[in-house]
Ligand binder design. Structure first.
Ligand code: SF4
Length: 227
């Protein structure tokens, strides 16, 4: 069964049909034996993000990038994944002319989220106390996402568009967190977050799962916390 997501003009206006979620992996893209081929993960599979289904989920056509972000190792990896996308250099990932503050973008709210990507460098790295769902709010590796929750507060500072902004200085974010963890030491008293473990929220203003369709920021954070 196909679940159409076409808008009134017949043009798809959702990120993907539900069929995309269950689209089969193309023959020859999984399994394998012997040494690990370039692009394959440690389990010898190609990442889902390189599948045609993932390309349909996130058909990036424009990338707005701060020069430092575009030139960083993570930025270059991301740009290599979207070779056909138009690269537009911007001074800042905030208040991008034509994107943020453009009232006309409201009608294309979801489409902008799938077709537009922003790359920036996160300048302020702070970990804030929380105490409710997490002990600490870590500096997130992104803000914005591919969804459209009505209650979302992330777009408030952007205006009329809230595409995914990926921060490319993931090494700096992880180094900051490593210092924070080392300073804390073990948790001495149980609380509602966890009895023994410090809990960090790593995706306060974004969606780590969609970030994983773009790059290894989420994987790098998971690896860092597992050490
Ligand atoms: S950032 Fe979170 S709350 Fe906002 S639209 Fe995305 S998933 Fe929803």
């Amino acid at each position: 069964m196909r679940y159409s997501s076409a808008g009134p003009d017949g043009v798809p206006d959702a990120l993907f049909d539900l069929d995309a979620v269950t689209a089969p992996t193309p023959a020859g893209r999984t399994g394998g034996s012997g040494g690990r081929e370039p692009g394959r993960g440690p389990d010898h599979r190609f990442p889902f993000r390189d599948s045609p289904a993932a390309r349909r989920l996130l058909p990036v056509r424009s990338v707005y990038a701060e020069p430092a972000a575009a030139g960083s190792p993570r930025g270059r990896q991301i740009l290599a994944r979207f070779p056909d996308a138009e690269l537009i250099e911007v001074d800042s990932h905030w208040r991008i002319p034509g994107l943020h503050g453009n009232e006309g973008n409201v009608d294309r709210w979801v489409r902008v989220k799938g077709e537009t990507l922003v790359l920036g460098v996160k300048k302020t790295l702070t970990t804030r106390p929380n105490g409710r769902s997490a002990d600490w709010i870590a500096p997130g590796p992104s803000n914005g996402c591919a969804m459209a929750c009505a209650y979302c507060y992330v777009p408030r500072r952007k205006g009329y568009a809230n595409p995914i902004t990926v921060f490319t200085n993931i090494d700096g974010i992880i180094a900051h967190l490593a210092r924070h963890v080392a300073r804390l030491g073990p948790k001495r008293e149980p609380n509602q977050c966890d009895e023994t473990a410090w809990v960090y929220d790593i995706g306060e203003n974004g969606d780590c799962s969609v970030d994983a369709l773009i790059c290894d920021n989420t994987a790098d954070l998971v690896r860092a916390f597992s050490r």
